[in-house]
Design a binder for this molecule. Structure first.
Ligand code: ATP
Length: 320
């Protein structure tokens, strides 16, 4: 690899560089994983090989071309993507419109449906792992990346720690049996955070996360009305598109993973068939942190009835 290759991004395990294939002249993204993380590289390659049974474009998954191992250092070659959602938000400094959130939700549900069909859990659904192929030219073409910590459901054990805290599912926090449903929860947290431009459940440690889930999920919905007059979002209830979004979110952020909506079911939800987004025209949260924080509280309140206090009732081997 050319030493002057442009760095496209980096994560905990690897640096991703822009490279040109000498045989086809195609621009590709090459993730380098060094010797100390060989185990992660091997896991990622194993997962990516399994995913090669899917058409990556039809299933919203990053295309994995090939890999090379050089003295326990790994080079993984992928199609070159454009920008991850986190970077886009930072660069554009505006929250996404509901129509844009609809596209991301739909594409990620397609990816999760494919993973569920082979009982694979991604385990790290977050804004940095959702990328546009070409944000400007193909805003509807979105891919899920980073299968470094993905696992087969049958490998998951109670008490395994997956996901970053803001996206961590209740059953992970509580040390309960785990399934593909953890990715649905994480997707719910991600799309909620896109809407409110803030983490839905931010927490600094597991105990804090469990406590927040218990308290915030059981707060009375009556609080909503007091905030509505000062919010930039005049009313979360006002538009059909917002109502449809909250309705889907409630079913995704269902505390009980057995009752949580599946990717296939969610793909049929009315929010994903909407073509008209009046709230895109009337709701503007840019540079309005106060409104964003109020919306956070209100969205939590709207979603909370479905969460209920069941979380608190769960017996947790991790927190007792
Ligand atoms: N195919 C790609 N095309 C362009 N950029 C990419 C591609 N894959 C990854 N990147 C960039 O590199 C970053 C890190 O990639 P990736 O998430 O695979 O690394 P990681 O070390 O596994 O990260 P993490 O810390 O999340 O585990 C991504 O957020 C993205 O910005």
């Amino acid at each position: 690899m050319d030493e002057r290759a442009k760095l496209l991004g980096r994560g905990a395990f690897g640096y991703v560089y822009l490279c040109t294939r000498s045989d086809t002249e195609e621009m590709v993204a090459v993730k380098t994983i060094l010797e100390e993380d060989t185990e992660f590289a091997e896991d990622e390659v194993r997962n990516l090989k399994k995913l090669q049974q899917f058409d990556p474009d039809q299933n919203c998954l990053v295309r994995f071309n090939r890999y090379q191992e050089i003295q326990k250092n790994y080079l993984l070659e992928f199609e070159k993507l454009d920008m991850n959602v986190q970077d886009f938000l930072e660069q554009s400094s505006r929250p996404l419109h509901l129509s844009e959130i609809q596209v991301i939700t739909q594409q990620m549900l397609v990816a999760l449906k494919a993973l569920k069909s082979i009982q694979m859990v991604h385990g790290d659904i977050k804004l940095d792992n959702i990328m546009w192929r070409n944000q400007q030219l193909e805003p509807r073409n979105i891919k899920l990346i980073d299968f470094g910590v993905a696992q087969d459901v049958c490998e998951l054990r109670c008490g395994d720690i997956l996901q970053l805290l803001p996206q961590r599912a209740p059953e992970v926090l509580l040390g309960l049996p785990l399934s593909e449903a953890v990715d649905m929860w994480a997707l719910g947290s991600v799309i909620a955070s896109l809407y409110i431009n803030n983490e839905l459940y931010s927490s600094t440690c597991e105990l804090d996360g469990t406590w927040k889930l218990k308290t915030e999920c059981s707060c009375p919905t009556g609080n909503i009305s007091t905030s509505s007059t000062t919010s930039g979002k005049s009313s979360l209830h006002q538009h059909e598109d917002t109502q449809a979004f909250v309705s889907l979110l409630k079913q995704i952020l269902e505390v009980d993973p057995r009752k949580r909506i599946s990717p296939s079911e969610a793909l049929l939800h009315p929010f994903l068939t909407l073509t008209n987004f009046p709230s895109d025209l009337t709701e503007d949260l840019s540079d309005n942190k106060a409104a964003a924080s109020i919306s956070t509280i209100r969205l939590r309140s709207l979603v909370s009835p479905c969460l209920g206090v069941r979380a608190a009732a769960c017996v947790s081997p991790m927190v007792v």
